[in-house]
Write a protein that binds this ligand. Sequence first.
Ligand code: ADP
Length: 167
Amino acid sequence: MFIMTTSHALYPGSFDGVTFGHLDIVRRAARHYGLVTVAVAENSGKRSPTFSVPERVEMLSHCLAEMGNVEVRSFPGLTVEFAASIGADVILRGLRAVSDFEFEFQMAMMNENLAPDITTLFMVPSPQFSFVSSSLVKEIARYGGDVSHFVPANVAAAIAERMGPGK
Ligand code: ADP
């Protein structure tokens, strides 16, 4: 029998253009945890993001509005400190391919060191989303390509407005 020993998971990221890959991970997580906090990292390493933190929070909130046990936040500073402050003892990250592994592994080890009580868990998405990334989607949109298979309509519209052809 599977016994759920934790009920609150944090899914942090930059979410600079929410994709169906991100949403797939949230949906899976919401089946296993009483509460999933999806949180935009305000100082993620990414330089010059396309969308502001409030825009990314709004985009995620719109996409996840129907999910009762999912909340959307943003946070400054260290992910483990934010996790502890909201009472989450699991940090979820998505793994698409081997290429994600090295960075994710390093970060998980660092977080384990900083906060041994918080566990990092990795989830893989459905195969049809395993190659989707925000940056690739934006690259396609920049040249007028159809991104409707990779991102929700509100995100596709926001990307087209911000960086479609001629922008
Ligand atoms: P980061 O947090 O590294 O800046 P993102 O905001 O794009 O990157 O993604 C947040 C988390 O979701 C990361 O763990 C990332 O690996 C994962 N992720 C991104 N795209 C997908 C996808 N298509 N399928 C599964 N996981 C994904």
